[in-house]
Design a protein around this ligand. Structure first.
Ligand SMILES: *Cc1c(COP(=O)(O)O)cnc(C)c1O
Length: 410
């Protein structure tokens, strides 16, 4: 038995006799159980553990929501619904999946620009919270509420007026298609009062995939300041203040895990004051990838192994069409390799330099470029880690008309 950490990012799956173990099953057996490659597998025990760890780290009184677009597989959402305090959806279809879990509709919120009339009617009828993305949307929601004879629940998504100096990426302060500009929010709140809608609170989301705790702390502090300022204009007390999320996971060489303790310490200091000024307001953190990303793997099979002018290619039955993020084409500026291994030869001392490609007729179809991996044969299983979020549903599965991958929760 080896317990080696074979890949460049911290990986949570154990290894027994060179085989990766998922949900207690060695990878070849899991593959037989699934019945085909390629597939995504999500480990329910890791999902449970992640939420448990977060709850242990964060001060009590912080509510956790799962942002479903990271992974909307119904079984995953059902599992998460039993662990978290609420679900955040981004479409009418996600809303149906969220409602199927039995989650209290009052703890489901719907964000995203350009919500359709059908989606808004669904949301109003379901009694979930609509995070307003524009003043037009507010009028639209009020009209639909009158038609349905139901009082809509609305929160205002705020496009913050601050910029984060300590962060590499700009997370606010400029024009955005998301949310209502902070300076327009007092007018919006007045209008919500006039329309007699059910006012829920604010949603202030300032970024994603952040691994620097100091920049999350800064975002939280600026978010609290902004929320307190805007709350003075609210038509009724805030029921909830959603301070966003943005907690990242390590993907690439040199990236470590997000240190939660400075974030938790800061929240513990700030919360009594916030709770004093906003009594009865739930403080919510919404997370997608941090909850599910590390619990998932993508598995494909080596179909061919060829050497071209001295370089070895492992040609697999999976690729960009199933896992766009791992190919580097989902928002990466410079392509970097996701952590990858040969899942039935983990820790093998015999390694070789290879590139892992898929069956698509484009050089973009690359799952691993020039990686030192256990020497592999046709029929071996390639595993891409950190694949539990923005994998399957973030990929152009119809490109080249290959079969779709299967998803399992184990
Ligand atoms: C996408 C999204 C999230 C989730 O982002 P992660 O990086 O997966 O945590 C949370 N909130 C909103 C509003 C989003 O659009």
């Amino acid at each position: 038995m080896t317990a080696s950490k074979p890949v460049h990012a911290p990986v949570l799956f154990p290894v027994v006799d060179q085989c990766l173990m998922i949900g207690g099953l060695p990878l070849p057996r899991l593959t037989a159980r699934v019945g085909q490659t390629p597939f995504y597998a999500y480990d329910r025990q890791l999902l449970t553990q992640r939420v448990k760890d977060l709850r242990a780290a964060l001060p009590s009184g912080i509510e956790l929501h799962y942002a479903m677009k990271a992974n909307p597989m119904p079984a995953v959402v059902q599992h998460m619904a039993n662990l978290v305090d609420g679900l955040d959806v981004a479409s009418g279809r996600e809303l149906r999946i969220a409602l199927d879990t039995g989650m209290n509709p009052g703890n489901i919120s719907f964000a995203g620009p350009g919500k359709g009339e059908g989606e808004l009617s669904q949301a109003i009828a379901a009694g979930i919270v609509i995070n307003l993305e524009s003043e037009t949307e507010l009028e639209h929601v009020a009209n639909l509420g009158s038609v349905l004879g139901i009082k809509p629940k609305v929160a205002v998504r705020v496009n913050p007026d601050f910029e984060l100096k300590s962060s590499g990426m700009r997370m606010g302060g400029g024009p955005k298609q998301f949310g209502i500009d902070a300076e327009r929010v007092p007018t919006t709140l007045k209008r919500i009062g006039e329309l007699e809608l059910d006012f829920e609170g604010f949603h202030i989301f300032s970024g994603s995939q952040n691994l620097k705790s100091e920049s999350i702390v800064e975002a939280h502090n600026l978010t609290f300041e902004l929320a307190l300022r805007l709350a003075e204009h609210a038509p009724s007390p805030l029921k909830a203040l959603n301070i966003g999320g943005g907690f990242g996971i390590p993907y690439f060489p040199g990236e470590g895990r997000l240190d939660l303790s400075p974030i938790a310490d800061n929240l513990a200091v700030k919360l009594p004051d916030i709770k004093a000024q906003l009594s009865g307001t739930a403080i919510v953190i919404e997370l997608g990838r941090h909850l599910v990303g590390e619990a998932g793997i993508y598995v494909c099979k080596i179909i061919d192994k060829k050497i071209s002018r001295g370089h070895t290619y492992l040609v697999t039955d999976g690729g960009l069409h199933h896992h766009l993020s791992a190919s580097g084409n989902f928002g990466q500026v410079i392509r970097k390799n996701y952590p990858v291994t040969i899942g039935n030869r983990v820790g093998s001392p015999h390694t070789e330099l290879v590139s892992i490609v898929g069956p698509l007729c484009t050089p973009l179809d690359l799952l691993g470029d020039k990686m030192e991996l256990p020497a592999a044969e046709i029929g071996d299983l390639v595993v891409v880690f950190q694949s539990g979020a923005y994998g399957y549903t973030a990929s152009p599965t119809r490109f080249l008309s290959h079969a779709e991958p299967v998803e399992v929760l184990i």
